[in-house]
Structures are given as structure tokens and as C-alpha cells.
Design a protein around this ligand. Structure first.
Ligand SMILES: Cc1ncc(COP(=O)(O)O)c(C=O)c1O
Length: 450
């Protein structure tokens, strides 16, 4: 198949002249003209089905009419005003709604920001302020964002921190349970116990528990490849936190708002967290984030310690109110769970057919498909995954990778059954092409970083 994307290539290269490399995650040169639901049209008029969902920021799909109408109505009233000084009815309504939809029954308060990254910085600040302790425990392989705090608690790519240090002090990383690449003969219980022992090791050797403010985790780790830890492990960590006065904080930025088949991914574990960070799909990709936390914790910071000119502004708040309406009215968490089961069954059929598929993880419309060199050794095959996503792109699917070798399956939750079936028809061709060595990767696409 000929590599044809002339207009996209041209615009992409113009963009590279002006945009700093750090802002470009190099895959193929797709330049988007418009999108609706799960369908995306590029500048040349070619149609795609979006399996990236704008990096899980478009759970209600692109340009949902309820969202665009709400935005237009808000624009006519008030586009923006710094809510730190003087707030407005839309932002007030959103604050109240977020306290109500957070998991658990405790009284809650909200602190707005503009990105998932700043929300995770907020978690560090609120946890330190509320406990008077400085240490934060977070997880290896996590992506939490790229402001200094978020960068420090993350640990997924050494290029993210190279040349920018020093980072935020007193952050300790512990390993995240990997239920795929485990030791021979281990069951979930054994995995949970081994990783909990690893979690406790710092506390037994150099980290006084009474100096730890919070543990921050993604209940399902997204960017490392959609990895769900054993429930027993999460409960052991939570109980340890409770016993030691350590706050338990969860990052729901990627996995929340219906993505993982429940409103919040922590609901898979039936635990009420002390602090939550949310963003991305919260306002369908418009710049809005929030820390939602128990009121006494949120009251610990004084004026201006975590406030942003555009945080919670009326336009983004209107987008968020409309987004939450759609999530509720269209029962997207339930739809995500159901369609996720359907998608999982299709991928498992492919796995029966192709040795290069090592594992299929799917929690809601939220999947990681491991591409491996060998099922026994589970050695990741980044190159094969690159070939597969490139052919998928040629055939009209927006599909990228996680952690080098894992296919990232995160379509908008409104994707139709018909579109899903088209996806699996195309993926059948793509996998067949790969199996028979029919995919050639253009030179310029050989340096995909993620
Ligand atoms: C789990 C998680 N946390 C935080 C972030 C950072 O969010 P943002 O890019 O809005 O700063 C991301 C973004 O990919 C994420 O996946």
C-alpha cells in the first residue's frame, strides 16, 4: 500500500518548524479538520474512527450537540472571569455537582485548575498542608502530567525529566503491580502480597510513615498499558494508609468519568479516597481540572495557594456541566462496561489466532493489547506495534501505543456498535497484513517515541 497523506504531511512539517519538539508526540501525520462522535475527518477529507478519544479527553465524543449548544449559550452570557475574585452561576453549579458525584458520602470541596497536571500538583499541596508531612509515595511507570509536581510523582519516561531537574523533593516511587509479567506460578493473591511487600520496604528501611502525607495512585494505570492491580493489593495499601494517618489519593484524569466502565475507576475497588484529581474528559478536553477532596483536607490551604486565573472559568464550567449531563443521560459508564466486554471478546478472538498478541486487558472501553515477540517470554515488540498502528491509520483508524508495545484502545464512549464492528473488520485485515509481513513502515515513522 502506498503511503499517501500529502496534505497532512505538508501541514505537519510546517507545524514542526514552529512548535517546540516537546509538544509533538510523533506518530503519523494526521491533521484534523473536524470530528463528530467517534468519527474524525482529516484536512484532505479522509474519515477515521477515533480509538484514542483525544487521549481519553473525549469520553462523550467530539462536538456532541449538547456540548456545543451549551458552549454557545455560555459564550453569549459570559466567556470568562477569574472565579477566584468573582464567581458566576455556571462555575458555582459545577462546584456543587462535583462534590455530589465524587465517590463516598463525606462532605467534599473542589479546587479548580486548567490541566490534569496542576490537579496532581494540587494533591501534593493539599496532602502536605492537611497532614503537616512532606513525603509523597507514588508509583513507577505512572504518568501524572508535566508540571513540576506532576512530573516528579510520575515515573514513566526518563526523557520527561532529563535536563529539567531538580524536581520536587521527598517523592518516593514504589512498583505498580503487574498482573501480566509476574513470576512463574503466581496467582493474584501472591502478586498482591509480593507488591505489598515491595510497597512496605521503603517504610521499613528509610521512610518514616509518620512523615508521609499521601499515597497517590491511578486505580487502573493508564499510560503504562491499562494495568489493573489486584483488589487485595489496593485494599492492603489503603488499610496501611488508614493505619498510619496517610491520605489516599487517586488520579482519575485518564481513567475516570466512565472510561473504565464505572463513573470513577476507584469504584472497581469500593474504596472512598481522600483526594481525587480529574481533568481531560471533565470538560471534553477544554482546559478544566479539579481536585475533589474531603472538606477538612481542602480547608487546609490558605487563599491563593492553589488558584489559577482560568481555573473553573464559566466557559469550561459550561462545557463540564454539559459533559456530565451526557455522561448521565446516555448512561456512558454502563455503556462503556458493556461495549468493553464486547470489544474484549473480539480482541480475545484475535489472540486465539495470532501469537504476537500476548495479552488483552479491557476495563470498560479502555483497553491495552500487548504486542509481544514471544508469548512465553512476553518480550515487548515495539516495532511490531508500530507497524500495526501505522497500517490501522492507513485503513482509517486512529490508534496509538502505550509503553512502546501496547495498543491503546480508548474510543469515545459514544462509539456506536456499527463503528465498533467496522473497527474489528479493519483490525482483522491489519493483523493479517502484519502476520504476512505486508506492512512497510515509512522511514520517518520509525522514530515513534511512545
Ligand atoms: C493519569 C494522568 N494524569 C495526569 C495527566 C496530565 O493531564 P494534563 O495533560 O491535562 O496535564 C494525564 C495526561 O495524559 C494522565 O493520563
Amino acid at each position: 500500500m502506498v503511503w499517501e497523506n500529502k496534505l497532512g504531511d505538508q501541514l505537519f512539517h510546517e507545524n514542526m518548524n514552529n512548535i517546540a519538539p516537546t509538544g509533538i508526540i510523533q506518530y503519523y501525520n494526521l491533521v484534523i479538520k473536524e470530528a463528530r462522535g467517534a468519527a474524525v475527518t482529516d484536512v484532505a477529507g479522509k474519515q477515521y474512527i477515533d480509538l484514542l478519544g483525544s487521549a481519553s479527553a473525549a469520553n462523550i465524543g467530539h462536538n456532541h450537540p449538547h456540548l456545543t449548544e451549551a458552549l454557545k449559550a455560555q459564550i453569549d452570557k459570559l466567556v470568562s472571569y477569574d472565579v477566584g475574585y468573582f464567581t458566576n452561576p455556571t462555575s458555582i453549579a459545577l462546584g456543587e455537582r462535583l462534590t455530589q458525584i465524587a465517590p463516598g458520602n463525606s462532605a467534599r470541596k473542589v479546587s479548580f485548575g486548567t490541566s490534569g497536571s496542576d490537579a496532581n500538583d494540587g494533591i501534593i499541596k493539599f496532602a502536605r498542608a492537611a497532614t503537616g508531612r512532606s513525603y509523597i509515595v507514588s508509583y513507577e511507570n505512572a504518568y501524572h502530567g508535566s508540571t513540576f509536581g506532576a512530573l516528579t510523582v510520575g515515573a514513566c519516561d526518563v526523557d520527561m525529566v532529563r535536563k529539567v531537574g531538580p524536581l520536587v523533593p521527598n517523592v518516593v516511587h514504589v512498583p505498580y503491580p503487574d498482573t501480566y509479567r509476574h513470576m512463574a506460578g503466581e496467582d493474584e493473591h501472591a502478586i498482591a502480597q509480593r507488591y505489598f511487600a515491595a510497597f512496605k520496604r521503603p517504610f521499613e528501611t528509610y521512610l518514616p510513615a509518620e512523615e508521609v502525607a499521601c499515597v497517590l495512585m491511578e486505580p487502573i494505570q493508564g499510560d503504562s498499558g491499562i494495568i489493573k492491580p489486584p483488589a487485595e493489593y489496593v485494599h492492603l495499601v489503603y488499610d496501611f494508609c488508614q493505619a498510619n494517618g496517610i491520605l489516599f489519593a487517586v488520579d482519575e484524569i485518564n481513567q475516570g468519568l466512565g472510561r473504565a466502565g464505572k463513573m470513577w475507576s476507584i469504584e472497581h475497588f469500593d474504596i472512598e479516597p481522600d483526594l481525587i484529581s480529574t481533568g481531560k474528559s471533565l470538560a471534553t478536553g477544554l482546559p478544566l481540572s479539579a481536585v475533589i477532596g474531603k472538606s477538612d483536607i481542602m480547608d487546609a490551604l490558605g487563599t491563593s495557594a492553589h488558584v489559577f486565573t482560568a481555573g473553573g472559568n464559566p466557559l469550561c464550567a459550561a462545557a463540564s456541566m454539559a459533559t456530565l449531563d451526557v455522561i448521565e443521560d446516555e448512561h456512558l459508564p454502563e455503556k462503556s462496561a458493556k461495549d468493553g466486554e464486547y470489544a474484549k471478546a473480539q480482541f480475545l478472538k484475535f489472540m486465539d489466532q495470532y501469537e504476537f498478541i500476548g495479552d488483552v486487558r479491557m476495563y470498560g472501553l479502555n483497553g491495552g493489547i500487548e504486542i509481544v515477540k514471544d508469548r512465553e517470554t512476553k518480550e515487548p515488540d515495539n516495532d511490531a506495534a508500530a507497524h500495526i498502528i501505522f497500517r490501522a491509520f492507513q485503513k482509517g483508524l486512529i490508534l496509538v501505543k502505550l509503553n512502546g508495545n501496547v495498543l491503546r484502545f480508548q474510543p469515545p464512549l459514544v462509539i456506536t456498535r456499527d463503528q465498533l464492528d467496522q473497527v474489528f473488520t479493519i483490525m482483522a485485515e491489519v493483523f493479517d497484513d502484519f502476520e504476512h509481513g505486508r506492512i512497510e513502515l515509512p522511514d520517518e515513522l520509525k522514530n515513534m517515541v511512545w
